[in-house]
Design a protein around this ligand. Structure first.
Ligand code: 13P
Ligand code: SF4
Length: 347
């Protein structure tokens, strides 16, 4: 890999090129701001969404964060309507934690490969094979899977939670991300049985590509989301959730950072470390045209147009998140445990 080819993957912050003119974008932004006020709504966005959406959340008193903070922020905010810009499990979590609020999303089609890969009936069969294990599921699951769990967890508190459960002598059944499951098992030393699921975005990071980049830039620090393969995690200076990677970017002395997670994170990260050089970790071999294609296709479905449409419509245009009441009541317990455990860690 040459320094020239690496220019391809150096971040230019020109992510998610929206095919709208500058005037159209501005008009959408103004209209969304007005509608948020009129509808008593707040925008809760994930770091992987389009920078246009993230900046709107920032400018309107909403939140841009990782999945744990999105859940907490939505639960605690006084607005009557939560507009969740992210993927469906994030909207469902918001609805379960705030049953009296209206939760809408720019599109209900935005899902997640981890959620898709863990259907509730198959998960129930898997769980039944291990009746003596404490069931811990990642937030990236459906409400129906969460309803079967003892705990829900996000990557920002996963290692601490599994260590805590291990200290209580509990054996763990983990689902659905096998890479995160393997990482928490190694970091905690706990007895973990893991579901075989993966994130289609993080699974693509290539350890050889990171090694090649490090050879060209030995002073660069490597930041890795734990949904990535073990061989990539092994090269990391810091492993953590999206918020933890952003914090690490601020705290590390390195001027150059190689980042293995969805490229949406660069908007916020670059804002906080304007003088540092951020590089996308490679997802392809040296012969490929696109050196890094780390972008979640479902997160990318959130745009200015569908955000505006869902706010405009009186009936939310079928984009309201509804969760069966009995299911929501069951899922509330493990989600509440997650938030309480997070609070005990000051997260
Ligand atoms: P975070 O909890 O780190 O925000 O991760 C959510 C996610 O979907 C990562 O792919
Ligand atoms: Fe799911 Fe991966 Fe997209 Fe995150 S990046 S929402 S884990 S598919």
């Amino acid at each position: 890999m040459t320094a020239q080819s690496l220019n391809l993957i150096e971040t230019q912050n020109n992510l998610n090129v929206v095919e709208l003119s500058a005037e159209e974008r501005q008009a959408y932004r103004e209209r969304i701001k007005t509608l948020l006020k009129e509808r008593d709504a707040v925008l809760v966005a994930h770091y992987y969404t389009d920078p246009e959406i993230q900046s709107l959340a920032e400018e309107t008193g909403g939140c841009v964060s990782d999945s744990l903070e999105m859940a907490r922020f939505g639960r605690d905010h006084e607005a009557k309507t939560l507009v969740v810009a992210g993927v469906r499990f994030m909207g469902e979590t918001a609805k379960i934690l705030s049953p009296d609020k209206r939760v809408i999303m720019p599109t209900l089609e935005a899902t997640c490969s981890l959620d898709i890969g863990c259907p509730e009936d198959e998960f129930a069969e898997f769980r039944a094979q291990y009746p003596d294990r404490t069931v811990v599921v990642y937030a990236n699951t459906s409400a129906a899977v969460k309803a079967q769990a003892d705990w829900v967890v996000t990557s920002s508190i996963a290692v601490e939670l599994i260590k805590h459960l291990d200290q209580q002598g509990e054996k763990i059944l983990w689902a659905p991300d096998k890479h995160l499951g393997d990482y928490v098992m190694r970091a905690s030393g706990a007895d973990v049985v893991c579901w075989d699921g993966a994130c289609i975005v993080h699974e693509e990071f290539k350890s050889q590509g990171v090694v090649d980049l490090k050879a060209l830039y030995p002073d660069a620090a490597v930041l890795v989301h734990p949904e990535s393969p073990k061989s990539v995690i092994a090269l990391a200076d810091v492993v953590g959730s999206t918020s933890q990677l952003i914090k690490a970017a601020q705290e590390l002395p390195n001027q150059r950072l190689i980042v293995a997670t969805d490229k949406g994170i660069f908007y916020k990260m670059q804002q906080l470390v304007p003088d540092k050089i951020l590089m996308e970790a490679p997802t392809a071999g040296s012969g490929a045209e696109c050196q890094s294609c780390a972008q979640c296709p479902w997160m990318a479905m959130n745009g200015l147009e569908n955000l505006c449409q869902v706010l405009e419509a009186d009936d939310a245009a079928g984009q309201e998140i509804l969760v069966d009441t009995a299911l929501a009541e069951k899922a509330m317990a493990p989600l509440t445990r997650m938030l309480e455990f997070g609070a005990s860690l000051n997260r």
